[in-house]
Design a binder for this molecule. Structure first.
Ligand code: ADP
Length: 385
């Protein structure tokens, strides 16, 4: 492992200019790195902080090349990227982490599930569904969940069907179907792994979703599960990332079934919404950890310094235009509240505009303060009717 660095410690090329990128750039600057962000929208949340942005799409080979050529290491904050170009750039000697070949497995939900199955990682049974047809769904058996192979996020690209009548809600795209899991809880574990094979999990978190919206509504850490389950979840997440030989930070989402089985739902090859609390609640947050991993540095401590509850701040259901935030002063008056706003120039309904983490020695108190903040803060837009 290298132990001498000139300034800047490294030039980081970051594909994606959203909030995850913004928080990563902040961590990068703290470590003495500089950043270049690739994003199609000028003034993106990450670009604002980096100070240097290439304006271009994630599927634009020339822009991806420009980014790689101006940086020491390339990483990303989203999955929907042209991996063929990244694989070619890697062949030419550019350093890209997590590896583009791994990204291409994970960005297709079918190949991701096949990878999990082949690696002996428990996951809901599934079959490929190239052309959705009621008969094929019936022979697989309801209740089921249909998932688009590509392009889904925050529940878009997922259709839950309890019975044959729900077939009218099917997604008319190449997909997979899997058995509906009657989950007691949804858990997530962030895992970091570096090129030397050092692999560390963060404490298991519990994710609560708002019915029908599929955007993470409330995150609690530690998860309210017994210690054996939390330890098993962390071990399963580490095993998953070791099987992938991943380098970087990864989010591993899981179901805890009614009979206490853990099933891996999905792997994100990047920092993740379920790790936002680590900024305040851990010595090394997920963003710094990701940078340490992709730069070949030792990983930092992941244990929890304080229980934490986190909520996303979403645009109001009818919001549009320049964001207007109400209730901020009242929220900040509550002890233990840490507010993050992402600097997005426009609000749309349910868009992630920021998040709040609340720390408290008592997790129930942290949760009730977080819920209070959720009611206090409203993000509407100047064009709000
Ligand atoms: P996305 O990539 O859009 O986040 P996910 O695969 O994570 O999609 O699914 C979104 C949500 O849909 C999950 O958090 C969970 O609530 C629900 N879901 C997904 N798969 C299943 C399943 N097999 N059984 C029950 N619920 C599921």
């Amino acid at each position: 492992m290298k132990d001498s660095f000139p300034f800047p410690v490294a030039r980081i090329g970051l594909i994606g200019g959203g909030q995850l990128g913004r928080m990563m750039v902040k961590a990068a600057k703290r470590l003495g790195c500089t950043c270049v962000v690739l994003d199609p929208y000028p003034g993106s949340p990450a670009g604002q902080v980096a100070g240097h942005q290439i304006i271009g799409g994630y599927h634009d080979p020339a822009k991806l090349r420009e980014l790689a050529e101006s940086c020491d290491v390339v990483t990303y904050e989203l999955e929907n990227i042209d991996t063929e170009t990244l694989i070619q750039l890697e062949r030419e000697g550019h350093r890209i982490n997590p590896a583009p070949a791994l990204l291409s497995i994970l960005q297709d939900k079918l190949t991701q599930k096949e990878f999990l199955k082949a690696s002996g990682i428990p996951t809901a049974d599934f079959i490929e569904m190239p052309e959705p047809a009621l008969q094929a769904f019936e022979s697989f058996g309801f209740p089921l969940v249909q998932k688009a192979r590509r392009g889904g996020y925050d529940g878009r690209g997922v259709s839950v069907m309890q019975q044959a009548d729900d077939f009218e809600n099917h997604l008319p795209v190449p997909s997979l179907v899997e058995h509906f899991v009657d989950a007691k809880k949804e858990l997530a574990v962030m895992v970091a792994r570096n090129a030397e094979g050092q692999c560390i999990a963060y404490p298991t978190v519990e994710m609560c979703f708002r019915a029908g919206e599929n955007v993470l509504d409330l995150l609690l850490c530690p998860a309210a599960v017994n210690e054996d389950i939390a330890i098993a979840a962390e071990a399963l997440a580490e095993r998953t990332i070791e099987a992938l030989q991943g380098v970087g930070v990864f989010g591993v989402e899981m179901f805890l079934t009614q009979d206490n089985q853990l099933l891996v739902n999905e792997i994100a090859p990047r920092t993740h919404n379920s790790g936002h609390h680590t900024i305040e609640a851990c010595i090394t947050d997920q963003f710094e950890q990701h940078l340490r991993a992709v730069l070949g540095l030792p990983l930092g401590a992941t244990h929890l310094l304080s229980p934490a509850a986190m909520i996303n701040l979403l645009g109001a259901s009818d919001a549009s235009g320049r964001p207007v935030i109400k209730g901020m002063a009242a929220a900040l008056a509550i002890d233990g509240v840490c507010l993050h706003l992402y600097g997005k120039a426009e609000v749309t309904p349910y868009r992630k505009m920021g998040h709040v983490t609340v720390l408290d020695r008592d997790l129930d108190v942290a949760q009730s303060k977080a819920e209070q903040v959720r009611d206090l803060i409203q993000i509407t837009g100047e064009q709000h009717p």
